[in-house]
Design a protein around this ligand. Structure first.
Ligand code: SF4
Length: 311
């Protein structure tokens, strides 16, 4: 069975390629290794810089952003741009990226930018030069940094997407995929999922329509999942059982839903509560939805789930 394939900044994989000769042991990546295939890259080492090395930074020269070694003032911009383009042209069948936060090469946001030759950064923050090319070239796969992935909700969305796409790539039976992922896709985009339903039920499934279906799934998963869509789906599942429950049970579930809306409990708590009703009513179709288990259970670590929910 194919595993999701991710490209990761090499220093996050405990490899000592940082400017100071150090690396990081990132817990999220360490946990992921059992379930994904990893390819690592260190763009700075790949363009020929030594380890340890004179650190580089992004400087604004007029309208241009340059990658400059701080002490020697060596300009690495062309080397980095050429390497990034070559790297992009060589990678195939990638499901996502985890890049090092705030690095002038790998950072996907909040990278400090300095005026030419100045000691202090300017207020504007940007992306690393390598990650800029990756983001422009791979708009259809999730790209995150290890700092953002420490947040439960951001990590949950990232993992949900890469495993949903991997399931699609592995699936030999599009009907099965559609049935098992229906609620999950609906929690991203109800209307687009109904269009998928139409494709599946149209009796015109062939190579071409399957390819249209797959592209549409990719499009659905590329978008940001809205809170109200998630709430709508859990409510829809719960409402199936509502008439067979006591007023007390219904009221308690509604309170739970409100607590989630008020950001007092994490999404995982709402999912577990809803799944308990699916189990109680022996609703196998719902229980087997990837909506409840979008990725391997061992990857669920809710220790940080109380922190901010914003993506
Ligand atoms: S942040 Fe990127 S360029 Fe810097 S050491 Fe890590 S992998 Fe290499």
């Amino acid at each position: 069975m194919r595993k999701p394939k991710l490209i990761i900044s090499r220093c996050l994989n405990s490899e000592k390629c940082r400017y100071d000769g150090q690396g990081f042991e990132d817990k999220v990546i360490a946990n992921l290794k059992e379930y994904i295939d990893i390819e690592t890259v260190c763009p700075e080492v790949s363009i020929g810089l030594s380890t340890p090395r004179d650190p580089i930074r992004i400087e604004k020269h007029g309208e241009e952003y340059k990658l400059i070694q701080r002490n020697s003032e060596f300009d690495c911009t062309t080397h980095m741009n050429e390497f990034a383009e070559e790297f992009l042209s060589e990678i195939k069948d990638i499901d996502g990226f985890i890049l090092k936060s705030k690095s002038p090469s790998c950072g996907i946001k909040d990278v400090k930018i300095y005026p030419k030759g100045n000691k202090y950064s300017i207020s504007k923050k940007g992306r690393g030069l390598f990650s800029e090319k990756i983001i422009n070239g791979y708009s259809n796969v999730p790209i995150e940094d290890e700092g953002r992935l420490k947040n439960y909700n951001i990590r949950d969305e990232f993992l949900t997407k890469i495993f949903a796409i991997n399931n699609l790539k592995c699936s030999e039976n599009i009907f099965e995929y559609h049935n098992e992922n229906y609620m999950l896709l609906k929690s991203y985009n109800e209307k687009a999922t109904k269009d998928l339903d139409y494709i599946i039920k149209s009796n015109k499934l062939n190579k071409e329509t399957i390819s249209v279906y797959k592209n549409k799934v990719q499009e659905i998963l590329n978008a940001k999942r809205q809170e109200n869509n998630k709430i709508k789906v859990v409510k829809e599942i719960f409402d199936k059982y509502k008439n067979d429950l006591t007023i007390n049970e219904v009221e308690n579930y509604e309170k739970l839903l409100q607590s989630y809306k008020d950001k007092k409990i994490p999404y995982s708590a709402l999912l577990v509560a809803t799944k308990i009703y699916c189990i109680r009513f022996d609703d196998e179709v719902a229980i087997n939805q990837t909506f409840f288990n979008p990725y391997p259970e061992k990857l669920i670590n809710i220790s940080d789930s109380g922190k901010g929910r914003d993506l």
